[in-house]
Design a protein around this ligand. Sequence first.
Ligand SMILES: C[S@@+](CC[C@H](N)C(=O)[O-])C[C@H]1O[C@@H](n2cnc3c(N)ncnc32)[C@H](O)[C@@H]1O
Ligand code: SF4
Length: 485
Amino acid sequence: MRLYRKEFGYEIENVARSFFPYLEATDEDIVESGTEDCITQEVRDLGSSLEYYVRCRYKGIEKSSMTLVPKDISVNEKELKVCRGVYDMLSDLLGKAPPWGVLTGVRPAKRAAEMLMSGLSENESISKLQRDWYVSREKAEIAVESAGASIRTKKLTHPGSFSLYVSIPFCPSRCKYCSFVSKTIGSSYSLVDPYIDCLLRELTYVQQIVSCRDLKLETVYVGGGTPTSVSAEQLETLLKGMTGIFDLDSVREFTVEAGRPDTITEEKLKVLKEYGVDRISINPQTGNDRVLRENGRFHTAKDIENCFAAARRAGIENINADLIAGLAGDDLESFKRTLSWLCSLDPENITVHSLTRKRAATLRELGEGACPDVEKMVDYSRCFLREKGYGVYYMYRQKGTVDGLENTGYCKEGRECLYNIFIMDELHTIVSCGAGGVTKLVDQSSGKISRVTNYKYPAEYIDGIESMLERKDKIDVFYAEHPEA
Ligand SMILES: C[S@@+](CC[C@H](N)C(=O)[O-])C[C@H]1O[C@@H](n2cnc3c(N)ncnc32)[C@H](O)[C@@H]1O
Ligand code: SF4
């Protein structure tokens, strides 16, 4: 399916993508073949209003929508009207109603938070999301629940606070579904020591800037990749270095993504505990050993159980576990077994990701081969985890997610991961160090965000470290220009 974009093309593309995940969009003019599956747009000026005409041809059937839009309403209102017209037309054509309706952005909870902040009650916000944005009742409820956690977290956050992300883009092997920037550690081992040296230089440089500006470090997140892919000695060099650079005693949360059980050892857990890490991830993705193997993860569910036991013995009290709904080879019954098995391990956080077809991943080449039950899995996980006492505390959507579904963070009461809320709801600045890091400078008064990007890959990051440091000066410039941020 090809979309010929015109006015509001980007918004229409997002709505259409929830019906056609492999949609291609182009700004080129239409080359009418008469048979191509395509969506086309035309706008006619009728004086005081505009007529938006959108037509879709799919498998020989044609449908169209015509939306009359007064000129004197805001751009957002115009956009919403046109998107609803397109949604109705595609729903009619395909006989399905994607549950996020025309709320297509990455952060649906942000819209819900705006509604709550404007004085609407939870129920009124849910109704508005259903009525104006065509969101299903269930999705509206999780958006509002997540928005509530965000508002509570925001109240506890000081102006001038920030979080730190430290990237360790190495993994023991490449999982088939993944397209995160990450190098296989076996073939890149010689890069790890110089990488950690550069990282510590960058962290030192950042510390000098933030301390001059009197910024307060609130949470730290070491992610990847799989940070525990490096050796216990390298992990210690990094964490010891970090504790020498920043005052980590006062941070409210210190996460290290341990992720793959085939990288976790008693020795590394001891190092994590010794340097104050108080939250880690141990990620099964699925509890089905066959599905793990088919997706290129060389560990078993039993390994996950052993890692949980070892982490608890090491004194780690806050563990997150990531799952993916819709992995190739998985099905609803196996996913249900995964959830009850995982709950028996009693993690404080569970994050349920909907499979994303990422361009760079091998999965993309597998085409439509992914499991067809993703929506049912996602719905089941919400009901099941709620019964088990887990509430929604953050959520987001990614481009390319199967059926436009969301990723949802669940937690036991009082165990929200602050970092996840800060980054997802853009509540304060996140300074990112290391390869692939994207620093997001948030002006809390206007909500405006400026970005500073690092080189993507470890080798170019190491070679370009001097220019990485120079780029970090933009943090200083930002706070000079936005003293209230
Ligand atoms: C950056 S990865 C790091 C996690 C760690 N390396 C591991 O594999 O356990 C964070 C999470 O993203 C999720 N993820 C990765 N690729 C995905 C995909 N294609 N679709 C949905 N979720 C994905 C996985 O649940 C993964 O645990
Ligand atoms: S899912 Fe984790 S371990 Fe697998 S390739 Fe991606 S980042 Fe690495």
